[in-house]
Write a protein that binds this ligand. Structure first.
Ligand code: BGC
Length: 350
């Protein structure tokens, strides 16, 4: 079968190649790929900056934002031929650390977790893939192709749960939440916040025109372009989705007293002197601020993300998928074009 694979940590090695049919050891459910979303992590892997092949193998099949159709449920109960499923990305470390032992693999303590399409297990960018029943999540069939948005929604769901849990250290009634970055994560965060009942949702992005402002307004949220520093309100919580140093620095200064800044973007570069850091720490101390990082998602968050997507307006969600590419054009799917929000690689019709 055809698969999109890379030799991790080597640039220019990504290719559409022949791979053996998926191994039974990957799971008893056989799935036909429908679509796989592309994100910044895939770009980093293709650029040779991230990613690990399965032990003893040269190639890693890419793809962690999956959507497929069950071809053969095997001996699993609860799944039927034709069901739409998405595969959970992370697997617990084998030790297991206490967090992995209780199913909170997203909070793995020793870094020995594995991730499909990213770290030591093949991903979902192949014509067929297998999955263990306990890591397959059924999606509402009425979502159709939009089910490919489930994985990024889980990332946002975890971030929101983190904020909620931290918030409850004191009286917590968040009214104003800011999302920085109107990419797929930022927009799905704004959608989830609205569905979860947050009154005032603000989204800030550098784009002044295009579909992003309209998408934000269609949710009943407020769109801002420009700098966080220029905003005239102090959010109770911020979900930072850009990973850009200046935006993060501005968020640290802008967050309200007792507010929470949750970082979800992975950027790089820049340095801060110890003096500046002490000032940031002093401000956080005096205002009871929490800055928290959030990555990946556990099964509870996958479940909740599924509920959120099922409640979402389908025509709004459909506008997030701005480009569909064929597997042979995967390199073009990895390129970022100005109007792109979520680009998917479509393996078969739905
Ligand atoms: C994925 C997460 C993963 C993280 C780090 C993200 O792109 O959505 O599931 O944990 O990369 O590898």
């Amino acid at each position: 079968m055809k698969a999109i694979a890379v030799e991790p940590k080597k640039t220019g090695t990504a290719k559409l190649m022949d791979m053996p049919e998926p191994d039974m050891r990957d799971g008893s459910i056989l799935v036909e790929a429908i679509a796989v979303g592309v994100c910044g992590t895939d770009v980093e892997i293709v650029e040779g900056k991230y990613g690990w092949a399965p032990p003893g193998q040269q190639h890693l099949v890419l793809g962690h934002e999956s959507l497929g159709r069950v071809l053969d449920p095997g001996s699993s109960t609860g799944f039927r031929k034709g069901d739409l499923v998405v595969g959970i990305v992370r697997r617990p470390d084998p030790v297991p650390c206490p967090n992995c032992a209780v199913g909170e693999w997203d909070m793995c303590r020793n870094g020995l977790y594995t991730e499909r399409g990213i770290k030591e297990i093949h991903g979902f960018m192949s014509e067929r893939w297998r999955i263990e029943p306990e890591y397959a999540v059924k999606v509402d069939p009425s979502l159709g192709i939009l089910g490919v948005l489930l994985e990024p929604t889980t990332v946002v769901t975890k971030a929101m749960e983190q904020i909620g849990m931290i918030g409850r250290r004191s009286y917590w009634e968040p009214r104003t939440v800011l999302v920085t970055g109107a990419g797929p994560i930022g927009l799905l965060a704004a959608l989830s916040l609205k569905i979860w009942g947050i009154e005032e949702v603000h989204v800030l992005d550098r784009m002044e025109a295009g579909s992003k402002p309209d998408l934000v307004r269609a949710l009943g949220a407020t769109y801002h372009s420009g700098r966080v520093a220029d905003l005239e309100f102090e959010p109770d919580a911020i979900i930072e989705c850009t990973g850009v140093g200046q935006v993060i620095a501005d968020c640290i200064h802008k967050i309200g007293s007792s507010g929470i800044l949750c970082l979800t973007g992975v950027g790089q570069g820049g340095s801060i002197g110890a003096g500046v850091l002490a000032d940031v720490a002093a401000a956080a101390v005096l205002r009871n601020n929490v800055i928290v990082g959030s990555v990946n998602a556990n099964k509870r968050q996958w479940y909740r993300a599924g509920l959120t997507l099922a409640k979402a307006d389908r025509s709004w969600l459909a506008k997030l998928i701005t480009r569909r590419e064929k597997p042979e054009n995967f390199m073009s799917a990895l390129e970022r074009k100005p109007d792109d929000i979520k680009v998917i690689i479509q393996f078969s019709e739905i």
